[in-house]
Design a protein around this ligand. Structure first.
Ligand code: NAD
Length: 357
């Protein structure tokens, strides 16, 4: 479909900001998808992209995903996302983070950042020297804040359990086999929760040492990253990067459940239909992985404590069940049901109609 500006993933984004500082080697994009429900919130991804178009696509898709995620989690936030274009070595400097923080500050609160792939709590501290529009900062004494990863993992684990209940009729993952894609922040937390409940784990990461270390920790096994999605397993849990559910990988799936924390798992909207047509239960990514942004939101908005964060994360399974129930009744696939719900919440039609004020 032809879209304004010619970007296939442009979805009436409210603003796109390109940040360039040649002297210090900083190139970044801040994509503001929607501020209908509040400031556009979403993490910063630090990644080496093949080209600029890939980075822009990522920013456009991830920021729309954040609008949907924040709306579906009931948060007073819109959706945005930033990507910093890393060099091949993935090295970053305090000067780059400072310049990036200043750029966020210039937006005056239109965009609020936090951690995403390749960004740490330490990086957020650097950014926070330049702007107050940042969360995911360390806090003392049990206050809400810090790395969103463990909260995302907890929500994903609860979502996996909900999927297991619905598809397999079981109350626990004990004895079930989970094929985990990724061994990073989110994947590790999922693995630890699942192993503690007696699940068997097979883990794949393009960083094989990372996969091995996590497998050792949870008494699991490792697999080739190319094969992980097609393993004989009860649950496939994509917890690495996006666009991994394609025509081809969906055809190769053998597990009855796909439930994981990675953003933008579906390569195209049609892939939601393809999974559904194969009778596989899919947990829409931005619903199951909202735990981290729930923590970030509670930190930033200051509207609750750690107990409330937990309570909000524990509501993720309910939302998934609502989506699956509507899908079962209406015949539409869960991803399409979730998209329709989210679009309604942010005041947009299916074609990305800008909000009517
Ligand atoms: P991370 O950087 O800690 O881990 C990502 C891991 O994926 C790395 O170990 C990397 O080597 C691995 N990887 C990359 N490509 C791979 C491939 N093709 N096959 C196997 N492994 C591969 O990042 P994270 O914070 O754990 O995030 C993982 C996913 O979850 C991302 O899609 C992120 O957007 C999403 N997510 C993260 C959070 C959060 O709170 N951190 C919240 C919501 C969603």
């Amino acid at each position: 479909m032809q879209t304004p500006w010619g970007f296939p993933d442009f979805d009436a984004h409210e603003a796109l900001h390109f940040i360039t500082d040649r002297a210090i080697g900083l190139r970044a994009i801040i994509a503001v998808h929607s501020t209908h429900l509040g400031p556009a919130a979403g993490g910063t991804r630090f990644w080496h992209y093949a080209d600029d178009a890939e980075a822009l696509t990522d920013a456009l898709r991830l920021s729309r995903g954040m609008s949907y995620k924040n709306a579906m989690a009931g948060l007073p936030l819109g959706g945005g996302k930033a990507v910093i274009l890393a060099n091949e070595e993935h090295s970053k400097t305090p000067e780059q983070l400072a310049a990036f923080g200043k750029a966020i500050d210039h937006l005056g609160g239109q965009y609020v950042t936090a951690e995403d792939v390749g960004m740490s709590v330490t990086d957020m501290i650097e950014i926070a020297r330049q702007t107050r529009f940042v969360a995911g900062l360390p806090v003392a004494g049990g206050a809400v804040g810090g790395d969103p990863g463990p909260h995302t993992s907890f929500g994903v684990f609860l979502g996996i359990k909900a999927a297991v209940k619905r598809a397999l009729g079981k109350d626990s993952v004990e004895g079930l086999h989970i094929a985990l894609q990724g061994a990073g922040s989110v994947a590790s937390g999922v693995a630890l929760h699942a192993a503690a409940e007696g699940a068997k784990l097979t883990i794949a990461d393009i960083d094989s040492a990372r996969a091995q270390a996590l497998a050792t920790q949870v008494n699991g096994e490792t697999a080739d990253p190319v094969e992980i999605l097609g393993l004989e397993a009860d649950i496939v849990s994509p917890c690495a990067l996006g666009a991994i559910l394609t025509d081809e990988s969906i055809a190769a799936l053998k597990a009855p459940i796909v439930a994981g924390g990675a953003n933008n798992q579906l390569a195209t909207p049609e892939d939601g239909g393809r999974i559904h047509a194969r009778g596989i239960l899919y947990a829409p990514d931005y619903v199951i992985n909202a735990g981290g942004i729930i923590n970030v939101s509670t930190e930033y908005v200051r509207d609750g404590d750690a107990a409330l964060v937990r309570q909000r994360i524990e509501a993720i399974p309910q939302r998934l069940e609502q989506i699956w129930a509507e899908s079962a009744n209406g015949g539409r696939n869960p991803a399409a049901v979730a998209d329709a719900m989210a679009q309604q919440l942010i005041g947009r039609g299916p074609e990305g109609t800008p909000p009517t004020v």
